[in-house]
Design a protein around this ligand. Sequence first.
Ligand SMILES: [Zn+2]
Length: 398
Amino acid sequence: MLLKRFLKYVKIDTQSNDFSPTSPSTEKQWDLLNLLKSELDKLGVQNELTKNGRLYAFVQGDEALDAIGVCAHVDTAPDFSGTKVNPQIVENYNGKRIHLGESGRILDPKEYDVLNSLKGKTLITTDGTTLLGADDKAGVSIIMEVLEAVLKLKEDERRPMYILFTPDEEVGRGAEEFDTEKFKAKFAYTFDGSYPNIINIETFNAKAAEVKVIGKTIHPGSAKGIMVNAGSILADFITKLPSEMVPEKTEGYEGFNHLTDMQGNCELAVAHFILRNHNKAILTKQVQQFNEITLNLRRKYPNAKIELKIKDQYRNMIEIIDKQPECKNFIEGVFKKLDIEPQYEPVRGGTDGATFSFKGCPTPNLGTGSYNHHGPYEFAVLEEMEQLVRLGVEIFKK
Ligand SMILES: [Zn+2]
């Protein structure tokens, strides 16, 4: 059953690691991958767990119909601990503040508006000391439940079904090694969002920038005309960027430049940024601005060495889905069969599906019925997860 399954998965620590070169980035992600593989084996489902931790599965259906895929990721975000997750179940939620265990943290409907619409529902929260990992174990659980229901249908009553579980989505590497030979779906859906009625077909276009300033250090008492302070020059660079175009001041379709980290001293200073925009042309302008600031500062500080490196990260999947809209029309039809009016919302981030789309399998994102991801206030709503299981089953019913 869904709740039992979900509680089992969230208790397995699968935090990924940005700085690890291995794949999966952490050994512990195998714990869930191996468990899922054994569950697929028990169900008699054809599957393959690759040496880099991608778990592919396939269920035969009516060959006359297009195969469709579903995907979720097994890792949890490096942002907050995923060790010893101790889920708390709030039945028949009364609409009031929820104390998260003994942690002193409070899930407050004044702060998290979505709670106001969830009276009477069953919530699964953390005890305040870890994240919950509903991102994306809610997605994994939904897919496994859908699979069990689909297996109860006769082969000629269902579509061919592909499943993919990836590691390392949270560190931007889940879609690496996506293999269309192992995943022959015409299109697919990730279950990796929040609201159960929302479809995401737009992600950011994403680039990363590194600014490096090499200065010259000398005793400050005899520095006149000689010292070149890399730290101050880097600070000058940062203040030349548009101050309103940052994550904390933008929403919806507004893009940003986000200073993710910086360190430095007089001799050497380095900063990293991520650049994000749904609009490709505006993202190009953001890159131009980085270039212009670099050129201007090279003129202003001729004795410093200023380097700028820009790297591509991912692209907005709308580019692909606009050209191949079948995945969008199909899922709209499925929602309507369940009498739900779907809504579209742009993702202020990327998804594995964005990369799958560019690799040949258009993959919009669907909800998981869970909220406040990546921190101790994360929670899931059982009834919404159940609704998404019904949606998933409907995808594969002939
Ligand atoms: Zn996720």
